[in-house]
Design a protein around this ligand. Structure first.
Ligand SMILES: Cc1cc2nc3c(=O)[nH]c(=O)nc-3n(C[C@H](O)[C@H](O)[C@H](O)COP(=O)(O)OP(=O)(O)OC[C@H]3O[C@@H](n4cnc5c(N)ncnc54)[C@H](O)[C@@H]3O)c2cc1C
Length: 438
């Protein structure tokens, strides 16, 4: 077993260092328990800032909180869990040496998050890029800057049009924020290049749903749609993609577009680790009780995108089912605190309590002065929404140091981000399966 005190009866192993795992490890860091955080990465990624990273408004390092130095006495072990032996109470994982290791636990908290939901669309896995990791955001940024440079040396015509055609699939918060911010970026870049016109960039946002971000409500959703169209985005609703190749994408309505950029933001599904447990799931997410424990395994907790947590603030439906908490950072963060509290209570022989959180609403950064937000159900747009959006992210970002970095990035890039590409990410590394470490 890796670096563990086997005699202790208070060993807590947390799997995953995202909003759920990192938050729980921080809440458990004192007073001392024997806590080990097993993480595939060495930082906690603040994923809602990925569109800002892609557009250059936030430095990639600012969007990642390092695990070392921010978790007190928690032992951080780098590795990818691949098996949980529920009988022996052991987590098996592949370490940085590519060898198999074990961690024993008295309480286990599973928070491995989700992975991009892939569909069986020809060419998707080989040609589309997702937006769940810094690798993808950085590649996308460099790629878009490169497409503009390429267009600058091409004569007007189909090849140039193809170079400047970008297709984003999924009009949820990730796809909408990315498209709105990127369309603004390319308009500015093209305006600065002699011989090119801002209208030369062609961003398409497609979704099978009939609305952009239906979670925003009808009027704000319509405002977001109008803003996207003002930025020249071609929004196509009620369609998806049928196939992707190196240089073209075909939509389900038969339209074919020459382009070499397809960004897949069509949702997440639970981490594959969950399926290996052999325990009940809902839509791939591990079933837990309202106290965040797995039924029949009270020593195992699960939270965040990987867990099917009943939302106690919602009534049961006609079939007697309780709706689940949506897979959001907002819930993962609060579930982290609740799980940490329950693990402490449980180890002390006290009563555990159910998780309950009333959704605080949504914040959507649309780039420049534009945003949409629904804090506590109040619908805001424009600058008031922007203030709420940025304020929310700054408050939610762990550690004062990261808050300061993000605020400084926003301040410095307010008028214009630096348009430099680094070329450090290879295209193959940015493909969804590779970037997400599958
Ligand atoms: C572009 C984008 C924008 C978003 N915007 C918002 C927003 O505005 N508001 C909002 O509330 N939510 C937003 N979300 C959703 C939010 O980021 C997720 O709901 C949240 O990250 C879920 O937290 P989690 O801890 O469950 O998983 P994650 O944050 O994904 O963390 C999972 C962790 O587990 C690690 N891991 C994975 N597999 C293993 C393994 N086998 N072994 C060890 N470690 C492993 C990963 O490396 C990662 O550290 C956004 C997401 C994206 C991608």
């Amino acid at each position: 077993m890796v670096g563990q005190d086997r005699g202790s009866a208070r060993r807590v192993v947390v799997v995953g260092s995202g909003f759920g795992g990192y938050g729980a490890a921080r809440a458990l860091r004192r007073p001392a328990l024997d806590v080990t955080l097993l993480s595939a990465t060495d930082g906690m990624l603040y994923a809602p800032l990925l569109p800002d990273v892609a557009v250059g408004a936030v430095d990639p390092r600012s969007a990642v909180v390092p695990l070392t130095g921010t978790l007190g006495d928690v032992t951080v072990v780098r590795g990818r869990a691949h098996h949980v032996d529920l009988e022996r109470r052991v987590v098996r994982f592949t370490g940085p040496d590519d060898a198999d290791h074990e961690l024993g636990y008295d309480r286990l908290l599973l928070a491995p998050g989700g992975v991009t939901r892939m569909l069986d669309i020809p060419g998707l896995a080989d040609h589309a890029i997702g937006l769940k990791t810094v690798t993808e955001a950085l590649w996308l940024r460099d790629h878009v800057l490169g497409r503009v440079e390429l267009a600058a040396v091409l004569p007007a015509g189909p090849t140039r049009t193809a170079a400047l055609t970008f297709v984003v699939v999924g009009a949820g918060y990730a796809g909408t924020e990315l498209t709105a911010q990127m369309a603004r970026l390319t308009r500015r870049l093209l305006a600065e290049r002699p011989g090119l016109d801002p209208a030369d960039a062609r961003w398409l946002l497609v979704d099978v749903a009939e609305a952009v971000m239906p979670e925003l409500g009808e009027s704000l959703g319509a405002d977001a749609l109008a803003l996207l169209r003002r930025r020249g985005v071609d929004v196509r609703l009620g369609v998806s993609i049928e196939s992707v190749t190196d240089d073209a994408v075909t939509l389900t309505d038969g339209a074919r577009l020459d382009c070499s950029t397809v960004v897949w933001c069509a949702g997440v599904t639970a981490n594959p680790l969950i399926a290996t447990l052999g325990l009940p799931t809902v839509k791939g997410r591990l079933v837990v009780d309202a106290d965040l424990r797995v039924p029949g395994h009270p020593e195992v907790y699960a939270i965040g995108d990987a867990a099917a947590v009943p939302d106690l603030t919602k009534p049961v439906d006609d079939d007697g089912h309780r709706p689940l908490c949506p897979p959001t950072a907002q819930h993962a963060t609060r579930q982290a605190t609740a799980a940490a509290r329950n693990i402490r209570a449980d180890l002390a022989g006290d009563r555990v309590t159910p998780y309950t959180h009333h959704d605080l609403g949504l914040v959507v950064d649309l780039g420049g002065p534009d945003a949409a937000a629904t804090p506590l159900g109040i619908r805001l747009k424009g600058r008031p929404a922007k203030v709420v959006t940025r304020g929310y992210h700054l408050l939610a970002m762990p550690t004062l140091r990261r808050r300061a970095r993000v605020a400084a990035d926003w301040l410095l890039t307010g008028s214009r981000p630096d348009d430099v590409s680094f070329g450090v990410v290879d295209r193959e590394e940015a493909l969804i399966a590779r970037a997400e470490g599958e």
